[in-house]
Unconditional design. Structure first.
Lengths: 144, 415
């Protein structure tokens, strides 16, 4: 398999072309917008909680950007559906990376993590919990 | 180095042999380096000049009385004279060594701007600016209460000069700052006309020539500008050094930008007086070896000839525009070949530039993908980013073929 077949494997291109959960929510319980100035990737994530105020009942994203950023966010949306906000807010990034399962250069790692970082910010903001180190200021600054 | 002295042609293949970077394979493929607008590759002659300086003549300049200090001082001042000649500046004392063109523009924005700008004044830049000639003015305008006004672009990516009268009606214009050549679209700006207009308004003109100095003969007296900024790293020189040329009478009146060692005349407990030009603007130990490398790069480019370099790049730009137009789904940005430098920006429908650049890299092709430090321009074009291929004296047609073939592969991956 050539290198670009590895990076742009079928499942990545499928998620890029047919993103899961693409759209917006009118009255989200949690939302945030993230940007990766390097690629110009943009992702907005909207979350609605279930009656327990904790379970992720519905989650949507909108945005534009490179295949890696958009496909990774689409895969993330599938992963977090039905999980609790607390669990997702502390989700190990390796879990998403295992799902993406492609070799990523440091620059492209930022693309792949954009959706997860944005989602974590949305959840922490909604719950009023302090942002973990590395995410502080994220809602005001671009993801560098 | 193969040079034909009197005719404006060059042998890119022979020139390429002077650049060790090309002696390697990238992902098993020959390197097609099409990102010279970001920074150029380096000829061994330049690197050897720096090594020779460190090996034989290194000491701090302008201080010691011993042989090495004298040699180092002579080497630095010799490099300054080469920069003066490159820019055709009237006086070598008007050449100030800085880190890069960005620092040069910051120097003017702070030193001139903080003393001369105030509420109601206008600072005019263009939508085509690199952040280097946009952000410093935005910042200083904000600090002083001046307003920042933009010269808009035409559909073809050229400055819309018909907007100038409307801008002049908005207030007292104090500064007009544009680039000579756009790093993003390759547009060659009508700087002489803009300078004449700026001076009619009683404004100074600041020219970011970082993208033109590597490629076209530069003549600050013919341009008529008041300040001109260049960077060595884009023109076969090392990173870490650039130059500002400023009109002597303006530089004389300006406050220093950075203060500290070397830039003083005398230091007393109650008052320090500034040194003479150019030292007033060169606080601290100078980038000595870098300046020597800059001088050697200028020698190298002069031996090839700027007319030949310019002609070579026009030829490559025209060839690239033709080859890329064959790629289905491509959008090409910027003016026609005859009015642009060796830069081609494009997008492929439905494929983000970063994905394009990544797949090209795997085929040994290095291009730039992103906003090219021109976010206002990207907003104008209505895109988040573009792909950019840029050419220099060592670029050969095969590299452009490698790019065009690579783009067909990109489309196949995303088909």
């Amino acid at each position: 398999m050539s290198e670009f077949d590895q990076m742009y494997r079928e499942v990545i291109l499928d998620h890029y072309k047919n993103p899961r959960g693409h759209g917006t929510l009118e009255h989200p319980d949690a939302e945030a917008e993230g940007q990766n100035p390097l690629c110009g990737d943009e992702v907005s994530i909207y979350v609605a909680f279930g009656d327990d105020g904790e379970t992720i009942d519905e989650v949507k994203f909108s945005g534009r950007g490179c295949a890696i950023s958009q496909a990774a966010t689409s895969m993330l949306i599938e992963m977090v559906q039905g999980k609790t906000a607390t669990a997702v807010a502390s989700l190990d990034k390796q879990e998403l990376l295992d799902e993406i399962a492609i070799p990523l250069t440091p620059v492209r790692l930022k693309c792949a993590m954009l959706g997860l970082t944005t989602l974590k910010v949305a959840l922490h903001k909604a719950k009023g919990t302090p942002l973990p180190d590395g995410l502080a200021g994220f809602d005001e600054l671009e993801l560098l | 180095m193969a040079v034909q002295a009197s005719t404006p042609t060059l042998d890119a293949r022979a020139i390429r042999a002077d650049f060790p970077i090309f002696e390697q394979l990238i992902h098993g493929k020959p390197l097609a380096f099409l990102d010279s607008a970001a920074s150029s590759q380096k000829p061994h002659q330049m690197m050897e000049a720096m090594t020779d300086f460190y090996s034989t003549s290194y000491a701090n300049v302008h201080r010691g009385v011993y042989v090495l200090a004298e040699r180092a001082t002579a080497a630095l001042e010799n490099a300054r004279e080469k920069v003066r000649a490159l820019m055709n500046a009237p006086d070598v004392r008007e050449i100030i060594f800085v880190r890069n063109a960005t620092e040069a523009i910051n120097l003017v924005a702070y030193s001139w701007g903080m003393s001369n700008l105030g509420p109601g004044d206008l600072v005019v830049v263009s939508e085509l600016e690199h952040h280097s000639n946009f952000v410093p003015w935005q910042y200083i305008a904000g600090k002083t209460g001046a307003s920042l006004v933009m010269i808009p672009l035409t559909e073809e990516g050229e400055l819309d000069l018909s907007a100038l009268d409307g801008i002049a009606a908005q207030g007292q214009i104090k500064v007009v700052a544009t680039n000579h050549v756009s790093n993003s679209l390759g547009t060659i700006n009508p700087v002489e006309k803009l300078v004449a207009w700026a001076h009619e308004q009683g404004a100074i003109f600041v020219c970011d020539a970082a993208q033109s100095a590597p490629h076209v003969p530069l003549d600050v007296q013919a341009l008529g500008a008041d300040f001109v900024a260049i960077s060595a790293h884009k023109m076969c020189g090392p990173s870490g050094v650039g130059a500002l040329w400023g009109r002597g009478e303006l530089l004389q009146k300006m406050e220093p930008f950075l203060t500290g060692g070397h830039m003083i005349s005398s230091v007393r407990l109650d008052k320090t007086t500034w040194g003479e030009l150019p030292h007033k603007f060169e606080a601290g130990t100078a980038p000595m070896a870098e300046a020597v490398g800059f001088g050697a790069a200028i020698d190298y480019l002069n031996a090839v000839g700027f007319e030949a370099i310019e002609a070579h790049e026009h030829e490559l730009a025209a060839y690239a525009l033709g080859r890329l137009a064959e790629v289905p789904g491509i959008t090409l940005y910027g003016p026609p070949a005859e009015r642009r430098a060796g830069i081609v920006s494009f997008n492929i429908e439905g494929i983000h530039p970063h994905d394009v650049a990544q797949i090209l890299d795997m085929q040994g092709v290095a291009i730039r993908a992103g906003h090219h430090c021109c976010q206002p321009l990207m907003q104008k074009l209505g895109v988040a980013a573009t792909n950019r291929a840029s050419f220099y004296l060592y670029t050969v047609q095969e590299e452009i073929d490698q790019l065009a073939d690579g783009l067909h592969t990109v489309r196949k991956v995303f088909a």
